[in-house]
Design a protein around this ligand. Structure first.
Ligand code: CP
Length: 314
């Protein structure tokens, strides 16, 4: 099956079979990541720019490592070390980078829509690595990969996304991706953190009570409270938020015995959950999500750039 995409910006442009192709390719790359020599020559000669204009630990490090393991040439770029601090625009920056005959730009930016703008000014492919409150498609894909590995599939799976639905770019990609794959999506948050039309994102049910919904869920996906993006005071205090929406040792008794707990990171311990749940050896799959990040990003780069399968199936 050919992979018919140049960019990964809006997950809603991907079908369920496109997403399965990425997940199955990520599984093949997981085998590569388990080898003693974790490197294949599939993207030799390709040049990838990682343009991170906003802080990142997981996304940036896993893209850089994915590119190294695929034998691509990487240019790590962005933030205060670039000429944007002298007033150079995003478009002029991209047109400058185009002169190097680049093949892919991975964009993290605080402005929603920045990856789309980049795609309009480069002949290279573009991957959205998180833009403002808009989207984070590779995060959604790594979340799907993790759920698939732990739960075996998506059809009929009840996934509760808990917390800052309004400000989360993770939800902007994850909720529609879960919908495309056949899961049932619950948004659970204070009313002040639910956007006006959550159904547009792919949300099936909205609840303001975690305790009411928790017993139904197969996957409990906790979101970070986006302190840097909050406007006004959507809840009285972090302590009250934790009391009502935090996943705690006391609340675990409400969960299905085999329900798992996800979080995109970085986590706020004592806010989204207590350390008992964040580090729960059976339920917490947060570090599996981090591992999935490198497998899925290798798969996305490989498929979007039309890599050879040289070394992948060895
Ligand atoms: N989940 C995520 O995007 O984390 P980083 O901001 O550390 O990349």
């Amino acid at each position: 099956m050919a992979f018919d995409h140049k960019h990964l910006i809006d997950i809603r442009e991907y079908s369920d079979s496109d997403i399965w192709k990425i997940l199955e390719t990520a599984k093949a790359f997981s085998a590569v990541n388990e080898r003693a020599i974790k490197k294949v020559p599939t993207l030799k000669g390709k040049t990838i720019v990682n343009m991170f204009n906003e802080p990142s630990t997981r996304t940036r490090s896993s893209f850089e490592l994915a590119e190294k393991r695929l034998s691509a040439d990487s240019l790590n770029f962005g933030g205060s070390s670039t000429s944007t601090v002298k007033g150079e625009s995003l478009i002029d920056t991209v047109m400058t980078l185009n002169s190097y005959k680049i093949d892919m730009v991975v964009v993290r930016d605080k402005h929603a829509g920045a990856p789309y703008i980049v795609s309009q000014h480069t002949p290279a492919g573009v991957i959205d690595a998180g833009d403002g409150k808009h989207g984070h498609p590779t995060q959604a894909l790594l979340d799907l990969y993790t759920i698939w590995q732990h739960k075996g599939g998506f059809e009929g799976m009840k996934v509760g996304i808990v917390g800052d639905i309004s400000h989360s770019r993770v939800v902007g990609s994850l909720a529609p991706a879960l919908k495309i794959m056949g899961a049932e999506v619950f948004a659970i948050a204070p009313g002040t953190l639910i956007p006006p039309a959550p159904e547009v994102l792919g949300v099936d049910h909205v609840s303001n009570s975690l305790d009411d919904v928790l017993p139904e869920l197969d996957v409990v996906y906790m979101l970070r409270i986006q302190r840097e993006r909050l406007e006004g005071a959507p809840f009285p205090s972090l302590r009250e938020y934790h009391n009502l929406f935090g996943l705690t040792r006391a609340r675990e008794r409400l969960m299905k015995p085999d329900a798992i707990v996800c979080h995109p990171g970085p986590i706020n311990r004592g806010v989204e959950f207590d350390s008992y749940m964040a580090d729960h050896p059976q339920r917490s799959v947060i570090l599996d999500q981090v591992y999935a990040g490198i497998c899925v990003r290798m798969a996305a780069l490989y498929l979007l750039l039309g890599g050879s399968d040289n070394g992948l199936s060895a």
